[in-house]
Design a protein around this ligand. Sequence first.
Ligand code: NAP
Length: 660
Amino acid sequence: MARTRERRDEGTDQFDDLYWEPRSEVIVEDDAFLEKIVAGAELPVLLAAIAAVLRDTTFLPADLMPPLTPIDTEPHPHGDMTADQRQKAAALALTGLRRIREQKIDSVAMLPDSTVREILGYLTGGRDEWADMLTHELDIAERKGGRPGWHFDGVARGRAFSTLIIGAGVGGIAAAYRYAQAGVPFVLVEAGTTVGGTWAKNTYPGVRLDTPTFGYSYSFAQRGDWPHQFARGGEILDYLRDVADRAGITNEIEFSTRLVRLRWDEQARLWEATTRGADGTEQLRRFSAVVSALGQLDRPNIPEIAGAQLYRGAAMHTQEWDHDVDITGKRVAVIGTGASAYQVVPAIVGEVDSLVIFQRSAPWMLPAPNYHHRVTDAFTWLRRKVPHYVQWYRLWVILTGIPGRAHTVTAQENWAGAPASVSPKNQELREYLTARVEEQLEGRPDLLERAIPSYPPGAKRMLRDNKVWAAALRSAKTTLVTEGIERFTETGIVDAAGQEHEVDVVVYATGFKPSDYLDEVEVIGRDGREIHDFWDGDARAYNGITVPGFPNFFLVYGPNVGGVVAGSLHFMLERAVEYSLSAVHEILSRGIAAIDVRPEALDRFVAWVDEGNRKMAWGQPYVRTWYQNGHGRVSQIWPYTNVEYWDITESVNEDDYEFL
Ligand code: NAP
């Protein structure tokens, strides 16, 4: 049955954060201790937190505004404050902590908008155009965005309206949370047996985030006590389960229920959904609207290799890791050197007898010395003692990620350094990253000549380098094969140079089929048209969310919304959910059955994102990446910032839609 949910604690409700902590511990430590803490703090964040706690914006003087120099490789500490600024900021922060101690302050209250603007103005180095988007993330802002400002009963009490949400991963949980807040009845189906989507499926050794943990959470569930700077896969899965529990969603999910078909019933103006249970039984239900939160990177790409059926050893894709296969002391082959492989390889090299890595193209890697580090003691102290410090820190990660590293991968027209690089800045990055690899592979010219990618940095996803990848390549156990794969035998793999590598286990770290959006579901819209026929291999959606001819059908994490060098994933997902709710509000408040995006709106959007992607490293004609689909169009990636996405998803523009 479709349901609505009403359950949240006081306080949590006011601040719209399932992890809201009303009280911190009071500060009792002496000045010497506080000085050490300040030395370990991110100073702009600490000053912002102090200003909020004390309601005193003199802690944010203009001369201590961080310059926020864009990130080339690693984030600049303190937003690239000068040494002089840091010294003054540290002294000021110490004064602030003393005042909090003296006044025994252990909480922070909601801030008026003027104070929010002042603090954000300081943190962003005066970039006022970011303020609205960032307010979406700030618990203690009166205008915190995200929560629907309306309720179903107030708009359409008594109207029969139900929504189907597909998938209980990161996107589906966000959708369920917001639809419940708006009182819009929904059914949430999940093909698997647990929440968590990709984080439930990917359990391979070494799996963890490759973006900073504190930028990887919901605005409505700002967990503070993350143990690692780059969370392990299991930690994220625990978080997602916990969020679903705290939100009261878990018990409402229909697990082991796979959506197989959607058909728009023109007469009834409803979606007819066919779901299949674990026992194969099919169920037919009708819904007013559908929110697809199906993952994009969840259909394993297993390359067709001659003789694969002959091979008698174990074989598995990273996403389907078989933990019953003990790799200890085994001869293992890993095919692929992308984001999954570079986590698996260092994690298993110590355990196996031998490792053969089949590399088609080398990865670029950005320095990340703290990649496996826990959060620091100073950070933990600040989290416990300074109200809201950690939430400001999360905001800081998100705001420095707005421009991210985009400037390092933006192409310059007619750049003579192509195809090795796309601009002078990109060439500089190539040289810097190359020097790092040279240093790490010193004395191993055999590896070095194959470890420097031929394509420009940023043309494919850049990985994080804390030197464990190079160490694994250098291991006496490892053989790097770059000749390509010829065929399988019963006992191993023959490479293109004719050499046979006998292995007990083959790991396909060969990625996914991301261009095939919704490929396991048949979606028949208006006039009997199937969505894949409409797309013809080139998935397109207006704002990444709506598709002409498919009324009341909303994609969360649809085409062209993935960020790679900038931006928060959760922000993009949440905004898509919020936009879909705005559309539902339009339908309810106008008393109409449905809305359908106009084809011209989609064409305009696609032309705009194409223009943006053409200027990026991954959009260059000489680059081949999974960001592009079979037509060569970049259909995965969002080329702009979170702020532009904020702007275009702010409201449902009636000129863009047909009302049915
Ligand atoms: P991927 O980045 O697409 O890498 C696949 C690898 O397999 C590439 O090295 C590719 O080579 C190679 N390959 C593909 N087909 C091949 C073939 N027929 N023969 C030989 N090699 C072949 O896949 P992934 O590593 O699973 O990562 C996919 C995405 O998942 C990432 O970009 C990221 O978005 C996400 N991810 C995130 C995390 C994280 O946050 N922690 C971790 C893992 C994955 P080419 O480069 O030459 O195509």
